[in-house]
Design a protein around this ligand. Sequence first.
Ligand code: AVI
Length: 306
Amino acid sequence: MHSPIIHEVLAGLHATPPFISPKYFYDELGSKLFEVITLLDEYYPTRVEKSIMQLFQQEIANAVHSCDVLVDLGAGNCVKASELFDSIKPKKYRALDISKEFLELAVVDLQKRFPNIKMDSQICDLNEQLQLPDLSNDRKLFFYPGSSIGNFDPDKASGFLKNIATQCDGQGGLLIGVDLEKNEQILNNAYNDSLGVTAAFNLNVLRHINRVIGSNFNTSNWQHYAKFNKSQSRIEMYLRAQQDVGIVYPNGVHHFKAGDLIHTENSYKYTQGSFTEMLRNAGFKNIHTWTDANAYFLVCYASAES
Ligand code: AVI
């Protein structure tokens, strides 16, 4: 019998079309590769989001008003949240992420720089129901930057936002960054960078899967493929088999033909209107929005208070 995790991964590989959950991108190397992606010329979201956060720092702080605890959903290296500390002045900081080693090191480092903010970390998979031990009475500012919301399908994204609105329990809110629809070439370039870092990030998922299920994927047999799907308004990322391959795992083998695709990620792009409507439908009462001069990216503060 396979463990539930192995079972889940194998079910994805045997599905039509085959898929691997994007959560498997973020092992130690994958988290580092993602950090490098955020520095690439073509990958504008991180840079543009940062410029919006800086330009409107005071307006954002005024909208947020006060914050007992900053709950960082998908903290990564915690840099983005730390850039809010001076203006938002949280009393506590809770960093959530799926990648344990990476997160714990980042929080230890951050605590040294900000000794007056109480900090802790929580390993969690945001695909599962969110639980926040010990924070039930605190006024929370949820922070979900980087357009990670775009990696959920819209139904799942709605459910996630509803869950956050419920956790706010009538106080505090959500500060969130969302990538906007734009020229297709700019979108395609952002996921097909000239240094091949996104390709390495995508291929690395196979190394992670080998460790998780004991398979023998060879990254040199696979190629990165990413393209904007206009009708769904999303970047789709795949790994394409370059030749016929048989993947061996304990108790089985799975054959892929040359040209077969494994789907690894969707990255949905929203319009300002479609996203703010989603926030309202989730139960948030007041929505503040900020964008850049090119309208590439949107930052929203969705307040749970009327
Ligand atoms: C984490 N997430 C918002 C990134 C995105 O743009 O969808 C992940 C990524 N995939 C390829 N490049 C970056």
